[in-house]
Design a protein. Sequence first.
Length: 226
Amino acid sequence: MIIANGKPIEEVLKSLEGHKKVAVLGCRGCVTVCLAGGEKEVGILASQIRMAREQAGQPVEVLEGTVERQCDYEYFEQVKDIIEEADAIVSIACGVGVQGVAETFPEKVVYPGLNTMFMGANLNVGVWAERCQGCGNCVLEISGGVCPVARCSKSLMNGPCGGSQNGKCEISKDVDCGWQLIYDRLSKIGRVDSLRNIIPPKDWSTSRDGGPRKLVREDLQLESGK
Ligand code: SF4
Ligand code: SF4
């Protein structure tokens, strides 16, 4: 899922300076699961904004709403009324959702309430870690199911850089060396010999390096008749 984290309240309050009626908008997708932007967090942020503005002698009316997914723009219909009523929106979805609000309501001011971080997994209570960078051409089959793009700090494709020590990456003793993980995993599944195969240069045009990406599934378009 997409992992995001709340912006410092001071930053949100700074964005909202001068606004008299704002809507805090949550999303029931990834940000609810990672406890950053669901219904509960909408209530908490709305209260924080009200209290801070009250204390500053600049009261503000805060409306609250949460939709199924802010990355599916049709759901904005559910909260159209509060968005139209407010003079600014704080979206606590990922960056896709914030842009969804801006695209759907082009005349409205929208601010991000979260920092969108990465695609990752929940490892423990309150612990998430990056697992995929959406490179557009998955190579997990050659690396034993451990991503060299996301888990090696240099996204190396043909083994370690030589800087790792005791299984840790040279950038930090708190970061596992991705290639140590790949080696350990391939050893476990009896495929360590596959490391002798040289992996040709990766085509990064399917990644962000190729510019903004778009997926068009013609089969689904045909099915839907659109
Ligand atoms: S190889 Fe690419 S698509 Fe596969 S997990 Fe890594 S970044 Fe994601
Ligand atoms: S130490 Fe390991 S994870 Fe870090 S950059 Fe080198 S190969 Fe990649």
